[in-house]
Design a protein around this ligand. Structure first.
Ligand code: FAD
Length: 466
């Protein structure tokens, strides 16, 4: 029998189809196994050592660039408790060598259960294990933010990435490719990447001085943890800890997301509710009491959990308006600086990880230094589309989950019945389960999209030389 060569050049179908997805997986693994490096190594300044900045620095360094991070805080760390690392992010983090760094700290939930606000009845269900590993070749994790951050820091340090602390970027020069620190020193590089968070200073520079104000879509979240020993001693709530799962209670204008973190040693809660008040008027002393009032008529199991919370932090939920510009000269923004979103798809940091890997891929196309601007444009185009859509999906969850009881809520719950019963379905208002949304969200091929955009741009670039 003659051998058959894999036809990587099969043209993608013009209709919506995932029938060629298997080829992407083949191609990706061969690229990573080869340990390919970029052809034009750059000196890169990266501002901000948050989750997005660190992941980006690791991706760029892995590809052969020299990265120096400037972080304003004198001590590295992350505030808040739990964070989800969805499969589209773990797949990339593993390629960046993070698997052993994350392993001691992660919990892998078996499923996501949507529960009715009033009585906790399961109304929606997404099987994460084994479905997400089988379908997206990567687990879905939850973790304490501090552990996620320290895993990234350790990996960065092991790769020799220098992190300068107490170094606040005060101004940017996109033409020179430089930053001015608060102490007046100027630092220049081939490229400046600003991952400086939602209150980004760099964003205003990229937008030619026009500040794109961040929005408050009218929600705030209480973030809290519950002592698991206390939960275990109460039979009415201890069942929640038996198997690692995400449980989310949804109701009129509010929802509560819960899961165990710290490899089962802590129970994390995020309680979202409507709030348009000015955060400067919030009294931290009253936060626990206010939180209990917000959810007082909800499922007795949930209120019991809420009553076990001893301290909480109230957090304004803010977004950045969808942008179509992230680049100016030798300066670019990414992460929350470019696309802060409602946390309702649990994808904010995951988008920043994709940004970092996407940027490394775009820069790997350079065969000469004068192609920098072309590469950055490709990166910008691809990542704006992806993150703007994720902002939209996050906002939509806020609407789908928050219906008041009535015809819309009943229709939504009826449409999720098939997934609860475990029978096949082709659409669902649960965006973790809806087959089309799930494939787009978790099956997204960050590097493949950059490759495609580069190939499509190539003829245009050639034309411009004629
Ligand atoms: C309640 C809540 C729940 C969430 N849950 C999830 C989830 O489950 N999954 C998920 O993927 N995402 C989640 N997110 C989103 C996620 O937390 C963010 O998207 C992510 O942390 C953004 O990372 P970043 O590095 O872009 O920005 P930041 O984390 O804001 O980091 C910015 C860094 O830049 C530094 N910096 C700022 N300005 C300067 C300067 N001028 N000079 C030097 N340094 C500077 C800051 O000190 C900071 O270290 C959630 C968000 C919230 C609010």
């Amino acid at each position: 029998m003659g051998s058959y060569e894999v036809p990587f050049t099969l043209p993608p179908p013009s209709y919506p189809s995932n029938c060629l997805k298997f080829l992407e997986a083949l191609e990706r693994s061969s690229v990573y196994e080869s340990g390919a490096k970029c052809m034009v190594p750059l000196n890169i300044i990266l501002v901000g050592a948050g989750l997005g900045g660190l992941a980006t620095a690791i991706a760029l360094t892995q590809n052969g660039h020299r990265v120096t991070i400037y972080e304003q805080t004198p001590v590295l760390g992350e505030v808040g408790a739990g964070i989800q690392i969805p499969s589209n992010s773990t797949r990339l983090l593993f390629r960046l060598g993070l698997k052993p760094y994350l392993a001691p700290y992660v919990t892998e939930p078996e499923r996501i259960s949507f529960r009715r606000w009033q009585d906790g009845r399961v109304i929606g269900n997404t099987e994460l294990v084994p479905d997400f590993i089988e379908n997206y070749q990567a687990p879905y994790y939850v973790i304490h933010r501090a552990h996620f951050h320290s895993a990234l820091c350790e990996r960065a340090r092991d790769m020799g990435i220098e992190i300068k602390l107490g170094a606040k970027a005060f101004d940017y020069d996109p033409v020179a490719g430089s930053i001015t620190l608060a102490d007046g020193t100027v630092h220049t590089a081939d490229l400046v990447v600003a991952a400086d968070g939602i209150r980004s200073v760099a964003r205003k520079v990229v937008l030619d001085g026009h500040e794109m104000p961040f929005h408050k879509p009218g929600f705030a979240a209480y973030r809290a943890t519950v002592d698991v020993d206390r939960m275990r001693s109460d039979p009415e709530v201890s069942w929640i800890l038996e198997k690692p799962s995400l449980n989310i209670w949804i109701g009129d204008g509010r929802h509560v997301m819960t899961y165990t973190i710290g490899a089962g040693t802590a129970f994390n809660m995020v309680l979202s509710h409507p709030d348009t008040s000015d955060p400067s008027t919030w009294d931290p002393e009253r936060a626990v009491e206010d939180m209990r009032k917000e959810f007082q008529d909800w499922d007795p199991v949930l209120t019991k959990l809420i009553n076990m919370v001893e301290k909480t932090m109230k957090w304004p939920l803010m977004t950045v308006s969808p942008l179509n510009r992230w680049v100016s000269g030798k300066l670019l923004i990414l992460g929350d600086a470019a696309h802060a979103m409602l946390p309702y798809m649990s994808q904010g940091a995951a988008m920043a990880v994709e940004d970092g890997v996407g940027l490394a891929r775009a820069l790997s196309k350079m065969t000469s230094p004068d192609q920098l601007s072309d590469c950055l444009k490709i990166f910008e185009r691809v990542r704006c589309i992806r993150s703007n859509q994720m902002q939209e999906a996050s906002l939509l969850n806020g609407r789908l989950w928050h219906f008041p009881d009535g015809p819309l809520q009943q229709a939504r719950d009826a449409a999720m019945e098939r997934e609860v019963k475990g029978v096949p379905f082709v659409h669902s208002p649960n965006q973790w389960s809806d087959p089309a949304t799930q494939m787009w969200c978790y099956g997204y091929d960050t590097e493949g999209e950059i490759d495609k955009a580069w190939e499509m741009a190539e003829p245009k670039k050639l034309m411009s030389f004629l």
